[in-house]
Design a protein around this ligand. Structure first.
Ligand SMILES: [Zn+2]
Length: 485
């Protein structure tokens, strides 16, 4: 348990207010709520049980969707021989600065150095070249749950760490059209998952050339807006074209007997989603978790009066059993060593969607008290039909959190046409700035150098119009700019 102090309003005072310093609030709340902690390994974090419980719920929800769309899971080695990683020129160039090397096994130098996987296109591509012979072997639709290592200079819990967890899908197709369909299918799956499970609204779009994945033909992303107005890339889906197929000789005999290269895709979402949850929904009192990924959806706090363990506790236990029978994740906090007030603040800080209080007076009236974490409303509810009432309330909270986040996102999305407006918006009211862009890499780099804002993505549909907000040349798309994590 966190040793949190409590202020006069019952707030945990050791957390820097979100409104005062968003970045410190983020780190404070993650450590106080015991989601994660720093480790003795520089740049690596420990995901603590409460944080890992969220990851497991994310995994379950995502894995179910990945399998429902015809994919299967497999596992590939953590190490990749140097010669494989260097086969695709853009790929190795993109990852070289972040690669961790293994050069020794015990006392002996390795004949060929190995990299710790920064992503698995190279090793999976090598295996696909063996496994795929004919058009009859296609498509190959494999996903892997794994850890990844990318040597990061500046790290932040969940958002950027040297080691992180993710899923990576790697598919091989007969035609370019099928690969493109797969890329967009996964992008839509990711969006639906983020919005329905995490209650995080996202903008789907295509990355500019300079922001795409190293070695990809085209990269798509979903972008969320955090509570401080910075964007967060929540997932990516890459159409790899035939780049990796050519580098790794992934060929098949086509229906017309000719030898062809496969068309590939890859896609991933990571533990940074937990950071997105924290920064989208949290407030000055701490975390707010959407019910679908909350480790505890309801916390029951019995009010200790008299011999409460004989009078109140049995009722609390019966309610917990009822709720669990309905599939609700319940924490019954019957610890004697803490006061109810301490428990209220503690579970509020830890983001539990619903608090249920029950004391002798409630038992007399056949009721309980409920408190919503998102709105902080407190009200009584009849004991009769309580489980149904609570499952409906959890759905309502899930919806309300999404609506609130979407309203915030919309409120912090500004369309501009002039450079003056562009810089003013970024200084005064950060968020997404939508503006015409000429398509030039240099122009994009200048915008970044002058404002720190990058193109998060471009609408998938045609969106040309107007003149580039920075250089005045004809615009090719209405780009979504933002400062990003
Ligand atoms: Zn321009």
């Amino acid at each position: 348990m966190a040793k949190s102090g409590q202020g006069s309003e019952g707030f945990v005072t050791e957390i820097t207010p979100r409104s005062e310093d968003f970045s410190r609030w983020y780190t404070d709340v993650i450590r106080r709520a015991e989601l994660a902690d720093y480790s003795p390994v520089k740049g690596c974090m420990v995901i603590r049980p409460y944080g890992y419980a969220i990851w497991e719920l994310i995994q379950q929800g995502l894995d179910r969707r990945i399998k429902a769309t015809g994919h299967v899971n497999a596992y590939f080695p953590l190490f990749i021989p140097k010669s494989l990683l260097t086969r695709e020129a853009d790929h190795v160039e993109g990852f070289a600065p972040q690669v961790a090397w293994v050069t020794k096994g015990g006392d002996e130098d390795l004949e060929e150095p190995l990299v710790v996987r920064p992503t698995s296109e190279a090793i999976i591509g090598t295996m696909y070249a063996k496994w795929i012979q004919s058009w009859r072997d296609l498509p190959v639709l494999i996903n892997q749950w794994a850890n990844i290592v990318r040597w990061e200079k500046v790290t932040r819990l969940f958002l950027r760490t040297t080691e992180f967890l993710w899923q990576e899908g790697h598919t091989a197709h007969e035609t370019e059209a099928e690969a493109q369909e797969e890329t967009l299918k996964i992008l839509a799956l990711y969006k639906e998952f983020c919005e329905n499970e995490l209650a995080v609204p996202v903008l789907e779009g295509v990355k500019s050339e300079s922001e795409k994945f190293a070695g990809a033909h085209r990269t798509y992303s979903i972008e969320a807006l955090m509570g401080d107005g910075r964007a967060l890339q929540a997932g990516t889906s890459h159409n790899l074209g035939q780049n990796f197929a050519k580098a790794f000789e992934i060929k098949f005999q086509a229906r017309d007997k000719s030898l062809q290269y496969i068309w590939g895709t890859s896609w991933g979402m990571t533990t940074r989603l937990i950071g997105a949850l924290v920064m989208t929904h949290g407030d000055d009192s701490g975390l707010i978790f959407p019910p679908r990924v909350a480790p505890h959806q309801v916390v029951i706090v019995p009010i200790p009066r008299g011999n409460w363990q004989e009078t109140v506790l049995p009722h609390a236990r019966a309610i917990a059993d009822d709720l669990r029978a309905q599939g609700v994740r319940v924490m019954l906090d019957d610890r004697d060593a803490y006061t109810p007030g301490w428990k209220f603040a503690e579970w509020e800080m830890r983001g539990v969607p619903v608090r249920l209080e029950i004391g002798p007076k409630d038992i007399e009236k056949s009721q309980v008290m409920l408190a919503r974490r998102d709105t902080r409303e407190k009200f009584s509810a009849a004991r009769e039909g309580l489980a149904a009432r609570i499952t409906a309330l959890l759905d309502e909270i899930q919806r309300a959190l999404f609506e609130r986040a979407r309203a915030f996102r919309d409120d912090h999305t500004t369309s501009v046409t002039t450079w003056e407006e562009f810089t003013q918006v970024l200084e005064g009211r950060p968020g997404f700035v939508v503006a015409p862009w000429c398509g030039s890499r240099e122009c994009e780099a200048q915008v970044k150098a002058e404002t720190q804002a990058t193109i998060r993505n471009l609408p998938i549909e045609e969106s040309a119009g107007g003149q580039c907000v920075h250089c005045g040349k004809p615009g090719v798309a209405l780009a979504r700019f933002a400062k990003a994590y």
